[in-house]
Design a binder for this molecule. Structure first.
Ligand code: TYM
Length: 336
């Protein structure tokens, strides 16, 4: 088996603004890992267009995600930061993977089933093929580690299946077996109004999510109005088993304060919401308001964001191009 240099790849779709789920489930963990391994972070605009995007809003959204990554502490001198469509090799490798992945594998993807719902005949072909593009994003850099939230686990597992089938079919060990990295207390941040649903950029009510561009008053108001049950916080995490809204707020507190959820429960055992919610609101404002202020500052100079993304794309292409060339050679595409 080939030894692969440890390398991180991860991405976020610019199909709406950034949420606290994206921050705690992905970006904050990327910042914590930065410097430990070579890291590549991508605004995955090719993924966004699997559902209709207004062209002007797509450009703005791409800059907003990039600004969120930068404002949270992703350093473009240490990590590679770019938007996917500027590196054409992603689309090319995904075509090869479309021919490796099986239709039956795609049929098992729960996110596709959730998104397509009863409308599966009317959604784009791209939405169906999306996990194969995601595998290409990762394997184009021979990434070994992919830090994501819980909802992306199945897609990273599919990436391993695609790598294994490619290696098997072409009798090679060219692609690595990538590991999903899903750890910490907030790998699945839930909706603030309904603890059975994931916090997402597309939910109907703005009160159900924290947007990374929300101002301090809005953040505090949303946490104070978050749905909970009347009982106080229990002595142990076990006591939160059937209380999804309460569990979510404890996990968010833990992630924002770099503690375990057990430690938060130990500190707040027996506390009512009148004490816990204001403490959470203060903590969230303390941690998030500086990020949103910095995002706004960065977004005032879109040309600078575009320049940074262009520089990042150049670095990404330098890694991706030889890997795609070698893939084409393995597949048997004639290179003149
Ligand atoms: P996307 O854009 O939906 O989400 C970006 C990242 O944020 C995480 N996330 C959450 N984590 C915890 N709680 C939540 N409520 C929450 N909502 C979102 C996601 O798990 C993800 O890590 N297909 C991917 C983007 C992608 C990608 C890749 C990721 C494309 N290519 C290659 C890794 C590697 C997506 O749609 O993420």
């Amino acid at each position: 088996m080939t030894d692969f240099t440890p390398r991180v790849f991860s991405g976020i779709k610019p199909s709406g603004g950034l949420t606290l789920g994206n921050y705690l489930g992905a970006i904050k963990r990327w910042v914590d890992m930065q410097g430990q391994m070579e890291s590549i972070y991508c605004v995955v605009d090719l993924h966004a267009v699997t559902v209709w995007q207004d062209p002007a809003a797509l450009k703005t959204g791409t800059r907003e995600i990039a600004a969120g990554m930068l404002a949270s502490g992703i350093d473009p001198a240490t990590s590679v930061l770019f938007n996917q469509s500027q590196v054409h090799q992603h689309a090319e490798l995904s075509w090869v993977f479309n021919c490796v992945a099986r239709v039956g594998w795609m049929d098992r993807m729960t996110q596709f089933k959730d998104k397509a719902g009863s409308n599966a005949q009317k959604v784009s072909l791209g939405l169906y093929a999306y996990p194969s593009l995601m595998a290409a994003d990762i394997l184009l850099y021979h990434a070994t580690h992919v830090p994501v939230g819980e909802d992306q686990k199945q897609h990273v597992e599919l990436t391993r299946d695609i790598a294994a089938k490619f290696n098997h079919d072409f009798k090679t060990d060219f692609f690595p077996m990538t590991e999903p990295v899903i750890d910490g207390p907030a790998t699945r941040v839930m909706n603030l109004r309904d603890g059975s649903k994931k916090m997402s950029k597309s939910g109907e009510s703005d009160m159900e999510r924290i947007n990374m561009l929300d101002d301090a008053d809005t953040i505090a108001k949303k946490f104070k109005k978050a749905k909970t049950d009347p009982a106080p916080l229990p002595e142990t995490l076990e006591g939160l088993k059937d209380r999804p809204e309460a569990r979510n707020l404890v996990d968010i507190y833990a992630a924002l304060s770099d503690q375990t959820s057990e430690a938060v429960i130990a500190e707040y055992a027996g506390a009512g919401w009148g004490r816990f919610k204001p403490a959470l609101a203060d903590l969230a404002v303390d941690k998030l308001a500086p990020i949103s202020t910095e995002m706004r500052r960065l977004l005032d100079d879109p040309a600078e964001i575009d320049r940074l993304l262009g520089e990042g794309a150049e670095k990404a292409r330098a890694i991706a191009a030889p890997i795609l060339d070698r893939t084409y050679d393995i597949v048997g595409f004639l290179r003149s």
